[in-house]
Design a protein around this ligand. Structure first.
Ligand code: PRP
Ligand code: URA
Length: 209
């Protein structure tokens, strides 16, 4: 069974409050999602392996550490996942970025895939699949299926807010994929929206309705 981590860092929780607030406009919403994504990337990369190197400081030689050449890949689920990419890239600028395009059919709530483009060396990369919302879990399960079908072996899922129903579905379908969240909310409503959630992430990020 995969693990679920909820990041309780005060800065993440503080910013998430304003992301949720319906009076927060598009510009501020976008900036806050970007900032929280960066803070979450800081937490999610805690276990990256380090290697010892020797460098010269102005004072003399020093043994120090660098990240041991792990190949990382980010995969935002379009559209709303795009809002988290730049924040993460600020901390991990060398990461390659793939894209999986999915939308949730408003009637059936089933994900419909319309675009996939991944880095060529899929098998060697550790991927972080990104989406602000994990609601029924259909989109995340489908995106991870899509990556696995193309050879990806190593993945984490990072979302701002999840519903317990979505977490359970992802854990059942992909017990090898750990889930990283800023909040685990109460439930889904009858339209498949997370309660209390933040509303429609794509619409709030891009100003559509
Ligand atoms: C939203 C969200 C997730 C999905 C979550 O995308 O960004 O991808 O819904 O719901 P699920 O867990 O029930 O699948 P949406 O389908 O609204 O598409 P958009 O990002 O293009 O707006
Ligand atoms: N997609 C969203 O954008 N918000 C939700 O609450 C559920 C799915």
């Amino acid at each position: 069974m995969s693990k679920v981590f909820v990041f309780d860092h005060p800065l993440i929780q503080h910013k998430l409050t304003y992301i949720r607030d319906k009076s927060t406009g598009t510009k501020e919403f976008r900036e806050l999602v970007d900032e929280v994504a960066a803070l979450m990337a800081f937490e999610i990369t805690r276990d990256l392996p380090l290697q010892e190197v020797t460098i010269e400081t102005p004072v003399g030689p020093a043994k120090s550490k660098t990240i041991a050449g792990k190949k990382l890949g980010l995969v935002p689920i379009l559209r709303a996942g795009l809002g988290m990419v730049d924040g993460i890239l600020k901390l991990i600028p060398a990461a390659k970025v793939g894209h999986v395009g999915l939308y949730r059919d408003p009637e059936t709530l089933q994900p419909v895939e319309y675009y996939v483009k991944l880095p060529t060396d899929v098998e060697e990369r550790e991927f972080i699949v990104i989406d602000p919302m994990l609601a029924t879990g259909g989109s995340a399960v489908e995106a991870i299926n899509s990556l696995k079908k193309r050879g990806a072996k190593n993945m984490k899922l990072m979302c701002l807010i999840a519903a317990p129903e979505g977490v359970e579905i992802v854990q059942e379908a992909h017990p090898d994929v750990d889930i990283y969240l800023a909040a685990l909310d109460e439930k889904l409503n009858e339209k498949g929206y997370i309660v209390p959630g933040l509303g429609d992430a794509g619409d709030r990020l891009f100003g559509t309705k």
